[in-house]
Design a protein around this ligand. Sequence first.
Ligand SMILES: *Cc1c(COP(=O)(O)O)cnc(C)c1O
Length: 373
Amino acid sequence: MARFSDNQTQDFYSLASSGIQELQPYQPGKPVDELERELGLTDVVKLASNENPLGPSESVVDGLAKVMRELARYPDGSAYRLKEKLASRLGVGSNCVTIGNGSNDVLELLVRVFLRPGNEAIVSQHSFVVYPLATRAIGADLRVVPAKNYNQDLEATLNCVTNKTRMVFIANPNNPTGTWIDKVSLEDFVSQLSQDVLVVLDEAYFDYVTEPDYPDGIEFFKRYPNLVVTRTFSKAYGLAALRIGYSVSHPDIADLMNRVRQPFNVNAMSLEAAEIALDDQAHVQRSVEVNRQGISVLTRACDDMGLKYIPSVGNFLCIDFGRDAMPIYEVLLSQGVIVRPIGVYEMPNHLRVTIGTPDENERFIESLKRVLA
Ligand SMILES: *Cc1c(COP(=O)(O)O)cnc(C)c1O
């Protein structure tokens, strides 16, 4: 407890709900500015947060000037135009779409609607840390299913479902492992699951995946009404700073989420940027191509160095150093290269590296060679 004044007799932690007392806050990747200040450098490379190394579409940058003149006005709280646009692209009703302040916001809305103390959510070991954070914050129970080859074990997940289970989180592909679930496995799983258990299928990296057996969650949602798909503009669309994502769900689920969201949960810049970004699919394709080439350069470099890694379909790669990776992370930092340690994911020997531009990838590979020499 922090003592704020001599008058203080109260420990505020003891007043907080017990789920929150036990939480550790989310640890973001180290910001470029911070490391540049610390090291006195100007050319720091950040490959730590799975951001798009190409940045946003030029048309987004141009289009935002128009919104700036309207900053005194509240945004469209119903996100009417963006919802219509997404709905027609995805072939769903606009009453199935919920827009969030990042897909993180949408995940939190789902948790608030469906989880409470006494019921339970299931996650996989090594899966995205936001799911346990949101679940614990609300005071619901969390069940962690051991992973199989770093991937979610859906058979084991099914065996863990009890009458307390309300939600199963599946990141496809998963962050930080880059592993993915194929169509048949997903179908097997969802078809056997009781409809009173919600499947939250997080497709943050959807655009990067080119495997023919990779399932499109929207097709599944059309057949399984208890499945909710979440997607984001933070990754392939290059809008991480603006915080905008969405879910596609049964209209009743969307209606429930709409009851608990903030009236203006998404700001006007983000709404406009997302609309423009959707119209620039060429930028998304370029981003996917840069990623495809980058990941092959990185995996080849790992092969040359004799380093193991987890095959990834995302825009990042988990490298296994076979020993505590923290010292390697620290030396990379001192050379101006920020990657992501993932001890919090029970993977202390791995570092997660985001695929960058060709130059950024070279910087990382050269630094890594120096570190391991
Ligand atoms: C990056 C990421 C997200 C996206 O979060 P936003 O809040 O939309 O920026 C969601 N899920 C996973 C698994 C991610 O890695």
